[in-house]
Design a protein around this ligand. Structure first.
Ligand code: SAH
Length: 489
């Protein structure tokens, strides 16, 4: 699992008073980045007008014939920006909004401008929806006009997974929070408004316990200390809660007392794990895991099925919207009970098992071992007899399937943000499934891969965007591609 990726770049901590008044802090974006900055830095203040948004939700402005990106600026707004030039690098930061958009709001989160985990809190919901719709519409423009995005009614508190990093501040007090954008600097945070509130409560308790115990937070620079991160997973449907203490060493002094005190404070925790990560890495979780109490996994309900989830396996972070997304994916698969379905990049088998109820058989393939183990357990737990799961690279698996001359009627694919690869896509083309349902959390790579399929005999019949990640620039989309009849290509 990767650390939360923060886009942009933050350096300037001194901010003009006017920004404070408007609840706007400067946030720089690097433009024209190609190598290291050279030469002396020149800084000027410029007045600009925002003409649109990038796919990351940053405002696009023109300055001295250059296209610059300014975080937290909205279309139509006139603003003063601080432009810094060093060699070929040009950064633009918002200094002051002169003419605000009618869709601008005060971000509810006090850490918004420093954190960077959310990028759209300064926009009202209509503006966020419009931005996401337009982003997907533009990317899908070569293929089809997408449906209206499926939005979320309560667009905060939705994340069922949170991770918090621990450390010491300059006064050597224990702090816990998220990293500031593109840095390893912890922003002390008691509440993240998109996290499940219970998860944050538990983390606060752990922070308090750290203060009163001998346990020290880990220091990335010196390699000293013990507690690195706390990962919390909440089964929103089941109420089960997993807490994972990511620690730097297997020797947990005072373990029994710690576990006892935490359980007493939060009887709702159903399992507690310790994950040992003693490497100098930006990965949150290490390989070694030890269950401190409970079964080491949580179970959640989704689309009427029960799913067991481990610390390391992927599970969609917004279950309310996931049900809408999966519902749409299954509808697009047009299953009649006879089909052989491949669910590629299947994670813990969620889509596979939902599809199995309407398919002849389902073949799930997934790289992560723990996720595959969960998928197999999940099929047993739900009494599913027509699904098989394989561990491996989805591309290689499909190449082998094609080489063996096997058949698939429907391929459902849900790759990570980087999208699929040519091995996978070319095997889809060889296997000739009648329908391909492509679920993606990154419509840019989705559109790239769809282009390949369209070039090779497929036609796009529908695209449904879903807002799985309100307040952030991320957007999910599911696309239906059908094989053109042989004479019709
Ligand atoms: N469909 C699942 C998981 C989607 S996330 C769900 O909705 O829950 C993407 C998944 O792809 C992750 O579980 C990740 O472990 C897996 N993955 C990443 N690269 C892969 C590869 N090359 N081959 C197979 N699976 C891969």
């Amino acid at each position: 699992m990767n650390k939360r990726k923060h886009k942009g770049h933050r350096k300037s901590e001194k901010k003009p008073n006017r920004l404070k008044k408007q609840n706007i802090k400067p946030n720089s974006s690097r433009n024209q980045a190609d190598g290291k900055p050279k030469g002396k830095q020149k800084t000027v203040t410029a007045e600009v007008t925002c003409s649109g948004l990038t796919n990351e939700g940053k405002g696009i402005v023109e300055w001295e014939g250059k296209r610059l990106e300014v975080a937290h600026l909205m279309p139509g707004e006139k603003a003063e920006v601080i432009v810094s030039k060093r060699g070929r690098y040009v950064n633009a930061e918002l200094k002051r909004v002169i003419k605000p958009s009618k869709d601008r709001i005060t971000p509810p989160c006090e850490y918004y401008y420093a954190c960077g985990g959310c990028q759209l809190q300064h926009m009202n919901e209509q503006a966020q929806t419009r931005f996401k719709q337009e982003t997907v519409d533009a990317l899908m423009e070569p293929f089809i006009k997408p449906e209206a995005i499926l939005t979320m009614d309560d667009s905060y508190d939705y994340r069922n997974k949170s991770h918090t990093t621990f450390g010491l501040n300059k006064e050597r007090q224990v702090i816990g929070g998220l990293y500031a954008q593109n840095t390893h600097q912890i922003i002390p945070m008691e509440r993240c408004l998109i996290h499940d509130p219970k998860a944050d409560e538990i983390v606060q308790t752990i922070k308090g316990m750290l203060k009163s115990s001998k346990m020290q937070p880990y220091n990335e620079d010196t390699g000293q200390g013990f507690l690195r991160h706390v990962l919390v997973k909440v089964g929103k449907g089941s109420g089960e809660i997993m807490v994972v203490l990511v620690v730097a060493s297997p020797v947990f002094k005072g373990k029994n007392n710690f576990v006892k005190a935490l359980r007493k404070a939060h009887p709702e925790i159903t399992t507690l794990l310790m994950n040992i990560n003693n490497r100098d890495t930006s990965m949150i979780l290490g390989d070694q895991e030890k269950v401190l109490f409970g079964k080491g996994t949580i179970t959640d309900t989704l689309c009427g099925l029960k799913f067991e989830i481990s610390a390391k396996s992927f599970y969609q972070i917004n279950p309310v919207q996931t049900e809408k997304l999966y519902g749409k994916a299954i509808e697009m698969a047009e299953l009649t009970g006879k089909e052989t379905v491949v669910d590629a990049y299947c994670g813990i088998g969620t889509i596979s098992l939902i599809a199995s109820r309407k398919a002849g058989k389902v073949i799930g393939v997934e790289l992560n071992k723990d996720a595959v183990r969960d998928a197999i357990r999940n099929s047993k737990r739900n009494g599913v007899k027509n699904a098989r799961f394989y561990q491996g690279d989805a591309g290689e698996f499909m190449v082998q399937m094609a080489a063996r001359g096997e058949k698939a009627d429907v391929v459902i694919m849900d790759p990570p943000r980087s999208g699929s690869d040519e091995a996978f896509l070319s095997s889809v083309v060889k296997l000739q499934p009648k329908r391909v349902v492509y679920v993606s959390c990154n419509p840019e790579t989705q559109a790239r891969d769809m282009k390949y399929l369209v070039k090779n005999g497929y036609k796009v019949e529908g695209v449904q965007p879903v807002d799985m990640f309100p307040q952030t620039h991320h957007v999910e989309a599911v696309a239906k591609l059908v094989l053109k009849e042989a004479g019709n290509r």
